[in-house]
Design a protein around this ligand. Structure first.
Ligand SMILES: Nc1ncnc2c1ncn2[C@@H]1O[C@H](COP(=O)(O)OP(=O)(O)OP(=O)(O)O)[C@@H](O)[C@H]1O
Ligand SMILES: [Mg+2]
Length: 363
């Protein structure tokens, strides 16, 4: 004779189903007394099942929360409608967490509400991700606007320089050449010619300067390390902040995008050093590790405190971070008030052997 296993009772079945749900779940009568609760719910209250069943939220939760739960239960019972809302309340270990809660009325065949069933899902991580996404979108929008302004300013500056510098100089050369036609005596001719030659040389220099401000030709011609060295030389000449530059003998052949991004990051770091740090020395260092390149800019200036670092909404640091991320890398800035600042970029690189002479033979 086979002894059949007795079928589970409907209560034990409900309990088993509820316990399978990782979210907090419960069943209440129409007066908000708990009839059935699952393990996740019990853990969240910090009480035993016996202390919960037969009691209402006012007797289980802190007063304010209890009142809130009772009020939402009443609304569900009264309107006979499902209610869904997000709320912040203490989680199992006491810290505040976000929950997505759904409360549904239980309606019998006569159409009367006999109780409510509820489920609460912990959405704290999702909320944090949503916030990060919102913030990073806002930052991107700001960065985009900033880049547009910078581009516009750059255009204005170039057009002004083309007009005021190159335009004026070329006009002066043209007028000078015209007047030469009328000069008869040799002495004035020779001296005018000499001054026109000087003007032409100065004009060529300005044109070079303008072009190298736009994109340092040295970056394409001689490679990143030579371009960084050149930038540091002119930085020291301009600011009187001394520099050290350390770089391996052979540095990798970076793609134009990578070398431009690294160049611009060091450029922005140096601008920050001269604008904000009151430093007397800056050290730029490039290291090649097995799988990555580490580039750092360290100053011995006044540094900044943690707060500026985390709350600054200026765009220089953000732009450097974005450039690093676009190279698949990481950006870090460490600083303490009075103890200098160090900017660090790590980008993945697996190019051992593809060397370029640090002195700059970029073939
Ligand atoms: N080397 C540094 N030493 C001291 N403070 C610094 C240094 N670099 C940055 N800071 C601080 O961090 C802030 C943010 O720098 P960030 O480059 O983002 O903005 P900014 O230079 O003020 O303006 P911009 O958006 O034009 O670059 C600066 O305003 C400054 O207070
Ligand atoms: Mg800046």
């Amino acid at each position: 004779m086979n002894r059949a296993t007795p079928p589970p009772t409907s209560d034990s079945l409900q309990q088993a189903i509820l316990n399978h749900i990782p979210d907090q779940a419960w069943l209440k009568d129409r007066d908000s007394r708990y009839i059935l609760v699952n393990e996740a719910f019990i853990a969240a209250t910090g009480r035993s099942e016996g202390e919960i069943l037969g009691h209402n939220p006012m007797e289980i939760w802190p007063e304010e929360l209890g009142q809130h739960f009772m009020a939402t239960d009443r609304a569900v019972v009264k309107k006979k409608e499902r209610l869904r809302y997000e709320e912040k309340r203490p989680g199992p270990s006491g810290e505040l967490r976000w929950y997505d809660t759904i409360k549904t009325p239980l309606i019998n065949l006569e159409g009367d509400v006999t109780g409510t069933v509820g489920i609460s899902r912990d959405i704290t991580d999702r909320k944090a991700m949503e916030r990060e996404l919102r913030e990073s979108r806002a930052q991107l929008r700001e960065l985009n606007a900033y880049l547009q302004t910078v581009r516009e300013e750059e255009r204005r500056r170039i057009s002004r320089e083309l007009h005021d510098e190159l335009g004026q100089s070329l006009t002066a050369i043209q007028l000078g050449l015209e007047s030469l036609e009328e000069r008869k005596d040799e002495a004035t001719w020779v001296s005018s010619l000499a001054s026109l030659q000087r003007l032409a040389r100065a004009t060529i220099l300005s044109a070079h300067q303008l072009a190298s401000d736009l994109r340092p030709a040295i970056l394409d011609d001689l490679g990143l390390s030579a371009a960084l060295e050149w930038m540091l030389e002119s930085f020291t000449a301009r600011t009187r902040i001394t520099h050290e530059f350390h770089c391996p003998d052979r540095v990798p052949n970076f793609s134009p995008e990578t070398s431009t991004a690294l160049f611009r990051i060091v450029q922005e770091s140096l601008t920050n050093v001269s604008r904000h740090s009151h430093a007397t020395q800056v050290v730029v260092e490039m290291q090649q590790h097995a799988n990555e390149i580490l580039l750092s800019v360290t100053d011995n200036g006044q540094g900044m405190d943690e707060q500026v670092l985390t709350t600054s909404n200026r765009l220089g640091l953000l732009g450097m971070r974005e450039r690093s991320v676009m190279l698949g890398g990481e950006f870090n800035i460490t600083s303490r008030a009075g103890a200098g600042t160090r900017v660090e970029v790590r980008i993945p690189h697996h190019g051992a052997g593809h060397g370029q002479d640090a002195a700059g033979s970029h073939r």
